[in-house]
Design a protein around this ligand. Sequence first.
Ligand SMILES: [Zn+2]
Length: 74
Amino acid sequence: MKCKYCGIDIENPEIFKIHEDNCLEHQKLNGIKKETKLEDMNVQELRNLAKEKSIEGYSNLKRDELINAIKAVE
Ligand SMILES: [Zn+2]
């Protein structure tokens, strides 16, 4: 089985699964996605994210303020 992120070939399916979860290329990809996604999120999604990150007073923040607050804790 070939990792679709970094292209390494691993025969053992179990090891392959572990690799896929920890693959650096995979994580890099997710990181980039997460960052570009923030701007595309609606207010409700941003509030959920702010809640997850324990940002205080997130329910009173505007969309731009939410984005900045989330970026500040990342
Ligand atoms: Zn990989």
